[in-house]
Design a protein around this ligand. Structure first.
Ligand SMILES: Nc1nc2c(c(=O)[nH]1)N[C@H]1C(S)=C(S)[C@@H](COP(=O)(O)OP(=O)(O)OC[C@H]3O[C@@H](n4cnc5c(=O)[nH]c(N)nc54)[C@H](O)[C@@H]3O)O[C@H]1N2
Ligand SMILES: Nc1nc2c(c(=O)[nH]1)N[C@H]1C(S)=C(S)[C@@H](COP(=O)(O)OP(=O)(O)OC[C@H]3O[C@@H](n4cnc5c(=O)[nH]c(N)nc54)[C@H](O)[C@@H]3O)O[C@H]1N2
Ligand SMILES: [Mo]
Length: 783
């Protein structure tokens, strides 16, 4: 699908990389976002309620945990943006919908749609006028309930985005299971599903083995494919402290992300006075896209060489052989695999020189306590699971699991993406949980596995979906093969979106369509006269309460929980064990049910929540208990990698990575600027290595068309991207998500978990002619 460029997207400029990440600019940006959304910043105490477990609310932005004793203002620039965006004074009212047809709104940018502000009324699509009309809640529930109940449940899809609370997610999956579906596509299927599947294969658990305190004791943090400065800014404070203490930070990332180079902590007076910042990465390795397996195996190879040599001369060695013998299997096969790799191949695949890889290995060998963190640069690859396994090999070789100051730290995205999964949003739930669900609710859950995001998209392409119900998120924008899938949505008999703000997925609708506005996390949630608390689980397994502080954006809003309860009541015959309204009147009752279905994980749920407002879920691997099939941790590696010619670097095509800008939260675009990358006023840019620009006969500023390389004969292209010279490895390109989502073939996904391969999209480039640029932009592109 070719998207029309808007005027304001034509003026991108790139400047110098000198200022540190964070600093005064960060404070300035925080204030300006509140001003822009017309939310009073000072005086209402709003920001002092963020991330305080007792009586405060959990920041709706990322999943980074809170310190045990939160500071008075425990938030970051991007958390503040998310709060301001949610608390905005702007409203998307029935009058707005009366003024604009859905077809017209299709021409608006993602930014412009959400910018209209908070949704205020339940709405129903009217095909006669091509507009959304207001509808009352009870009618909406009745109409949706009657229709959903009549469909084949295996043709119903229930999507969940990760901002949804544990309580709402639990009811949501109850709703699905009562229907008889196991189709729970979830935003994690585009995100850390790779980790959720691969990590248990290595160590028996799919979550972080670190807690925040480990960062205070660590000697060395490896950061793989994660842009903390933008996406989990509160992590920067810890890295900053670790560096000041003398710990090392070793970064692997094709892009030099500014905050990972140098960072001034806005919460530290010294940095703010000088505005110089602290160097964060002691080593920065600009690995080739998809080159992490080779890089990590190269590190391991060098460690093994040093260890072999030391032990040959009678010394102790540098590997934790006791740990390996007692706790793991598969080590010798992995070690032999690394020993047999040639440096020439490692260098070619990683894009790094042997000397650089050895330097990273030396940092590992110097360190008693190593933490490895990773993000989307690791998970969103066809070999994402293999990536995760290699990171774990690096940790296991040093016994860095179950030791203070060490561990595996997948940095999760959405603030409750982890909790939603824990309480039951899963398309392959196991027997133990399902049996409990049956028992507690007197139902019979479907055992057959259901759809994740990829399988849901394929079902939509085959026209095998009768109803798509979205709990938050922006599914039809965030997915791979976006345009192809979107083209089939019009044939779906029913789409329902539960949302806070208008987005593209509300325009890409089924034959019958409903838009149901939900309370946001910052807002007071009163049920049966009592203010309610919801819970979330952060990326380090802390379950904590959250209570909104603001008046709701509209009197017509309902909480996500009340909405599911309304749907449940309208869909099913009365069931004495599932009294929807009674459950929704007091969220503690839902927590009791969560406990009843998973007593080992959530024992004394309400009581533990009441005590401190937060508790940590047990992670067996922290105690060196390995819940794998053999009871040991496994060294795993793909034996076909590096011999497979398809993944050879330097092919006729480029590898494109898709990333987030600094002023965006996923598909929510706060502004067109990306301060840390010196890109302003446009997101339609293509980051390209200067040598590649020259080699391929382009010039910076040229507009190009990107075509996906795939063998399914389907043409996928996007146009109008402006080339900017950027410091990233040759043959690698960078652009923003979701602007390039049309390009990703659905089949390009992690081999085991189906996570979309948004970080290695094979593409070719074509210069656009002046006529094409003019035709597609309506203006002569000179910028
Ligand atoms: N402000 C803000 N915060 C957010 C979000 C947001 O959009 N805005 N999104 C939230 C969500 S849902 C998530 S999942 C997280 C995402 O947080 P990140 O995981 O940081 O996500 P990305 O922006 O996709 O950046 C991935 C990084 O990986 C690098 N990379 C790409 N390919 C490779 C590779 O092959 N190897 C290596 N080593 N690196 C690579 C990229 O250059 C980039 O720095 O953030 C969460 N927090
Ligand atoms: N190419 C490419 N594609 C990607 C990625 C990538 O890096 N590259 N990243 C992937 C990742 S990591 C993720 S997590 C997905 C994200 O996919 P999603 O989670 O589906 O998308 P979001 O953009 O986070 O959803 C934003 C919308 O959520 C709604 N919303 C916000 N807050 C609330 C709330 O409290 N309640 C309700 N009901 N609705 C709310 C608003 O209407 C808003 O428009 O995208 C994935 N897609
Ligand atoms: Mo994510």
């Amino acid at each position: 699908m070719v998207r029309r460029l808007k005027d304001d997207e034509l003026h991108g400029k790139q400047g110098k990389h000198d200022a540190p990440g964070g600093g005064w600019q960060s404070i300035k940006a925080t204030e300006s976002h509140f001003l822009r959304e017309k939310v009073p910043f000072k005086g209402n105490g709003l920001m002092f309620k963020i991330n305080h477990p007792n009586g405060g609310f959990e920041c709706p932005s990322c999943a980074w945990p809170n310190p045990e004793k939160p500071g008075p203002a425990e938030f970051c620039e991007n958390g503040a943006k998310a709060v301001a965006w949610e608390a905005t004074a702007a409203r998307t009212t029935p009058e707005f919908f009366a003024r604009h047809t859905v077809s017209e709104l299709h021409g608006w940018s993602d930014h412009a749609l959400e910018k209209q502000g908070r949704l205020t009324h339940p709405m129903r699509y009217n095909p006669a006028t091509d507009k959304y009309d207001p509808i009352d809640w009870e009618t909406a529930f009745r109409e949706i309930g009657e229709r959903v109940a009549a469909f084949d449940p295996k043709r119903v899809e229930l999507y969940t985005s990760g901002r949804t609370s544990n309580e709402a997610a639990f009811l949501w999956q109850l709703y699905g299971r009562m229907l008889g579906t196991h189709n729970f596509p979830d935003c994690s299927n585009m995100c850390h599903e790779t980790t959720t599947v691969a990590l248990p294969q290595s160590i028996g658990v799919g979550k972080a083995t670190t807690v925040l305190e480990d960062f205070e004791h660590t000697d060395c943090v490896f950061l793989f494919g994660q842009n903390a400065g933008t996406n989990s800014p509160r992590m920067m404070g810890l890295l900053h402290e670790a560096r000041l203490r003398g710990a090392e930070v070793i970064t692997f990332n094709p892009l030099r992300e500014r905050a990972l180079v140098k960072f001034a902590n806005p919460q530290t007076p010294r940095d703010m006075l000088t505005n110089h910042g602290v160097p964060i990465s002691s080593q920065y390795h600009q690995v080739r896209i998809g080159g992490d397996i080779a890089a990590i195996q190269g590190i391991c190879k060098h460690i093994l060489d040093v260890d072999d040599e030391a032990r040959a001369s009678g010394a102790k060695g540098v590997i934790d052989h006791d740990f390996i013998a007692m706790h793991t299997d598969g080590f010798s096969a992995f070690a032999d695999h690394c020993r047999n790799l040639s440096w020439a191949r490692i260098e070619r695949h990683s894009g790094l020189e042997r000397a650089a890889i050895e330097e990273a290995a030396r940092a590992w060998m110097r360190s008693e306590r190593v933490i490895c963190c990773w993000g989307m640069g690791i998970t969103q690859h066809i070999r994402g699971g293999d990536n995760v396994h290699q990171i774990l090999n690096l940790l296991l070789m040093g016994g860095h699991i179950g030791r203070r100051g060490a561990g595996a730290c997948p940095v999760r995205g959405h603030s409750n993406v982890q909790g939603d999964r824990t309480v039951g949003i899963f398309h392959k739930s196991g027997e133990a949980f399902l049996a409990k669900m049956d028992e507690v609710f007197g139902i019979e859950c479907l055992r057959e596995h259901g759809h994740d995001v990829s399988l849901c998209c394929e079902a939509i392409l085959r026209d095998e979906v009768d109803a798509f119900l979205g709990m938050g998120g922006n599914f039809f924008r965030a997915i791979a093969d976006q345009a192809r899938v979107a083209a089939h949505v019009g044939d779906i008999p029913l789409t329902v979106q539960i949302a806070t703000k208008l987005n593209r997925s509300h325009l890409i609708h089924g034959k019958a369509a409903y838009l149901l506005p939900a309370l946001a996390r910052t807002e007071k949630d009163i049920q049966a006269g009592v203010e309610q608390t919801i819970t979330i689980e952060d990326g380090m397994c802390n379950v904590q309460g959250s209570k909104g502080a603001l008046e709701p954006a509209s009197e017509h809003l309902r909480s996500e929980i009340a909405i599911v309860a309304g749907l449940g009541k309208a869909t099913f015959a009365p069931n004495p064990k599932v009294d929807w309204e009674w459950l929704a009147e007091d969220y503690a009752r839902i927590r009791d049910r969560i406990e009843a279905t998973q007593p080992d994980t959530f024992y004394d749920f309400n009581q533990r929540l009441g005590e401190k407002g937060v508790f940590h879920l047990d992670i067996a691997a922290r105690d060196r208990i390995w819940k794998t099939d053999s009871g040991k941790a496994h060294f795993l590696f793909p034996d076909d990698h590096l011999t497979e010619d398809a993944s050879e670097p330097g092919d006729a095509h480029f590898q494109l990575l898709s990333i987030r800008g600094h002023d965006q939260f996923n598909t929510t675009v706060y502004s067109l600027d990306d301060r840390y990358r010196d890109i302003y006023g446009t997101r339609m840019v293509l980051m390209m290595n200067p040598a590649d620009i020259e080699k391929h006969g382009f010039q910076a500023g040229n507009r190009v068309t990107l075509r996906a390389v795939s063998d399914d004969g389907i043409e996928r292209r996007v146009s109008g991207f402006k080339i900017i010279a950027y410091d990233l490895p040759e043959n690698c390109l960078g652009a923003y998500y979701p602007e390039v989502n049309d390009l990703i073939p659905l089949a390009n996904r992690d081999r085991q978990s189906n996570t979309i391969a948004g970080k290695s999209i094979p593409v070719t480039l074509e210069l656009m002619s002046t006529e094409q640029v003019e035709a597609e932009t309506g203006v002569l592109a000179t910028g």
